[in-house]
Design a protein around this ligand. Structure first.
Ligand SMILES: Cc1cc2nc3c(=O)[nH]c(=O)nc-3n(C[C@H](O)[C@H](O)[C@H](O)COP(=O)(O)OP(=O)(O)OC[C@H]3O[C@@H](n4cnc5c(N)ncnc54)[C@H](O)[C@@H]3O)c2cc1C
Length: 400
């Protein structure tokens, strides 16, 4: 077993760390200030556009994209340490065009899109000249079970007519969001896993109304999580992604790598929180000495180090499995890291919040945001219980 990075990753890690230290961390507060000053809080602040230009110049662009000729040409295993580094900053992944939901949308366009769809949507997404959203979850049904989705996609002549209500459609409030990938039922009477389709919907199509701007634990994300009503929205038949009925299969393809990206970034969040915990505990004096000398704090620090290192190994194994045996072979491991990485990150952030006292719950540090993100990500992209169900099913199957 070789734990060293490939020469390519080694080089990119160096470039990325320098970029993060020199440009990204110093920009975090500027990013927040520019958003606060913008009339529209969902508009991309100028500092992000400047960071993206710089990242591109440095060859730090589309690092997540493993499909030939479209991104940096890395394997999942090579991308993993880089995703961890960008995950250390809340704004990191966007600077290198590796942020959800665009990454998942780009993956499925690369995998299932026609040449015309790729030219129209994938190319500008890879260039970051437009943004996108993924509209699957519905407020009225338990959407962790995607067979429950009730929205409809009905063929009428050369068009499809779309109806339904979606929510937590991340990114839809960004004025740069020009595309929505919509999931709905095209054949409600068909076999369960062939009832759904995915279709490409321009965000400005008549009949689309963003009715609500939803928060995440009170934080209003820059991307915006919209509740969106679709009423008789018409798109050309050529906008179907893959074939009618492919929706379920495409959703699986989309969520596999995406879950791994979340896990990789969660490790970065945990590392940042641990670093902050150590730094704070060294300077904060209570009852005659620094917090870092207290046994309980030392145990938090030690346990955090152990848990993070365990998770990193599992993430790297999953990435390796995806690269060498395909996404399907890594199903159990990918489900495991989505659960475990987010739980570990949340636990480490929680300890860091405690170590910071009141400062930990204020907005003076990034900890409160990290706390909300690592909690919400135990629901988004499939709740923990659904991933545990997958793991248990595969495990029990061995003994049936
Ligand atoms: C910040 C954020 C961003 C999001 N972004 C998007 C997006 O861009 N696009 C999109 O389509 N959706 C998005 N979502 C929605 C997300 O994917 C769903 O919330 C998630 O899939 C769960 O669906 P639900 O909310 O309908 O919960 P439900 O399906 O109602 O489930 C509720 C709870 O039931 C429990 N549960 C479910 N199944 C089981 C089981 N088998 N066994 C035991 N317990 C179970 C779980 O604890 C779960 O949390 C986002 C959510 C959040 C919080």
């Amino acid at each position: 077993m070789d734990f060293s990075y490939s020469p390519r990753t080694d080089e990119l890690v160096g470039t990325l760390e320098t970029f993060m230290n020199d440009h990204v961390y110093p920009a975090e507060k500027i990013y927040d200030a520019q958003i606060a000053a913008n009339d529209n809080p969902h508009e991309q602040p100028q500092i992000m556009r400047d960071l993206q230009t710089k990242a591109r110049e440095l060859g730090l662009w589309n690092l997540f994209m493993t499909h030939d000729g479209l991104g940096a040409g890395l394997t999942n295993l090579e991308y993993a340490p880089l995703a961890e580094i960008v995950g250390r900053s809340i704004i990191g992944n966007e600077t290198v065009n590796c942020s959800a939901p665009d990454t998942g949308n780009m993956e499925i366009l690369a995998m299932y899109g026609t040449e015309e769809q790729k030219q129209q949507w994938l190319k500008p997404l890879l260039d970051c000249s437009i943004r996108s959203a993924f509209a699957m979850t519905e407020p009225d049904v338990a959407s962790s079970d995607a067979t429950n989705i009730t929205s409809t996609i009905r063929r009428q002549g050369d068009e499809y007519v779309i109806n339904g209500r979606k929510w937590y459609t991340s990114g839809v409030l960004d004025p740069d969001c020009k595309l929505m990938i919509f999931m709905g039922k095209s054949d409600p009477e068909g076999p369960t896993y062939r009832q759904q389709s995915m279709i490409l919907v321009p965000s400005d199509a008549p009949g689309i109304e963003v009715v609500r701007d939803l928060p995440m634990f009170g934080f209003q994300d820059r991307l915006g999580h919209g509740e969106v009503q679709f009423t008789d929205v018409r798109v050309p038949a050529a906008n179907m992604l893959g074939a009618e009925g492919d929706g379920f299969a495409i959703a699986q393809g989309r969520l596999g790598p995406g879950r791994m990206h979340y896990a990789m970034r969660a490790i970065g969040m945990a590392e940042r929180a641990l670093e902050m915990m150590c730094q704070r505990s060294l300077v904060r004096q209570a009852f005659g000495g620094p917090l870092a000398d207290r046994g309980v704090v030392r145990e938090w620090i030690a346990r955090s180090r152990i848990e993070i290192d365990q998770i990193r190994l599992l993430v790297l194994k999953s990435a390796w499995l995806m690269d060498t045996r395909g996404n399907a072979s890594a199903r159990s491991e990918v489900a495991a890291i989505k659960v475990a990485a987010m739980e570990v990150a949340h636990h480490v952030v929680d300890r860091a919040v405690q170590t910071h006292g009141a400062a930990g719950v204020s907005n003076d540090t990034i900890l409160a945001r990290l706390y909300a993100i690592t909690r919400a990500l135990q629901i988004a992209d499939g709740p923990n219980e659904v991933h545990l169900r997958t793991i248990a099913r595969l495990e029990v199957k061995k003994y049936r």
